[in-house]
Write a protein that binds this ligand. Structure first.
Ligand code: KIV
Length: 281
């Protein structure tokens, strides 16, 4: 069995100038295949609210739903490090409540949690969680859970001042004990500057080529979620077409008597068949 990825593996990779890969996973078979493919980190992202559950934004998923998907991913992966997103509302009403939900996801098997935002309240949650044994990945730049305060799907860190502000937040997260930080929808030069000035790894989600790692939503890159495609996603497959074409072919085969075939059925033995025939006569 391959050696399990840990926070130390990821830090060593940054220190050695090696990049690591991260993809979202929400179910057992996908986690199994991504793990087998060598993906280093699997994120049970709250993006599952949209791409799996059909909600219109990520804020609508709750801790219980997140638990079910986290457990499925944990059952599928052996080597990859598993990070579960803290859903909107699950860390908002006090550090004790946040810790209860962090422990809940850790008990589901997550190796770490991810929390969006950079302010004193978030830093104190990170510090408490890490101090109690649950690693935390930060998430800065465009933070979908802040969609209504940001006011749209806007690129963050577009000026030097804004870049320095994100770096300041990232440094606070690092000091609080975060083991990595996602930078979402940030210009490449800004993300590179932030990366160079942090000890912990940065993970680009639409933040260019110079972060220490990359993450995208697996349903986007596999072409399963088709409602929109962010500029920074590369589509490696077209699962929508595979599913559509397979379902159309199945529908045709059922309606034309082509499915099931002789090879896809169970048969009575000869004596039972003869007996059954005699009943019918
Ligand atoms: O929820 C998610 O999938 C994410 C990543 C895209 C970073 O937070």
């Amino acid at each position: 069995m391959l050696k399990k990825v840990t926070v130390n593996t990821l830090q060593k990779m940054k220190d050695n100038g090696e990049k690591f890969s991260m993809l979202t996973a929400y179910d057992y078979p996908t986690a199994k295949y991504l793990d087998e493919a060598g993906i280093d980190v699997l994120l049970v992202g709250d993006s599952l609210a949209m791409v799996i559950l059909g909600y219109d934004n990520t804020g609508k998923i709750g801790i219980e739903e997140m638990s079910v998907f986290t457990k499925a991913v944990v059952r599928g992966a052996n080597r990859a490090f598993i990070v579960a997103d803290m859903p909107f509302g699950s860390y908002h009403s006090g550090i004790d409540n946040a810790m209860a939900n962090i422990c809940h996801l850790a008990k589901c098997g997550a190796n770490a949690v991810k929390i969006e935002g950079g302010n004193d309240y978030i830093y104190s949650i990170v510090e408490r969680s890490v101090g109690l044994g649950v690693p935390v990945m930060g998430h800065l730049g465009f933070t979908p859970q802040f969609l209504n305060t940001i006011g749209g799907y806007n690129i963050q860190g577009k000026t030097v001042e804004a870049t320095l502000e994100i770096l300041k937040q990232a440094k606070h997260l690092e000091e609080a004990g975060a083991f990595a930080v996602v930078l979402e929808m940030v210009p490449e030069e800004s993300a590179a500057y932030i990366t160079q000035n942090l000890k912990i790894p940065t993970v680009s989600c639409g933040a260019g080529r110079f972060c220490d790692a990359q993450v995208i939503v697996s349903d986007d890159m596999l072409g399963k979620f088709s409602e929109f495609k962010p500029k920074f996603v590369r589509k490696y497959a077209d699962l929508k077409s595979v599913i559509l074409n397979s379902a159309k072919q199945y529908d045709f085969d059922v309606k034309n008597g082509n499915f099931p075939s002789e090879d896809e059925i169970y048969k009575l033995n000869d004596s039972e068949r003869m007996q059954l025939l005699s009943y019918q006569n």
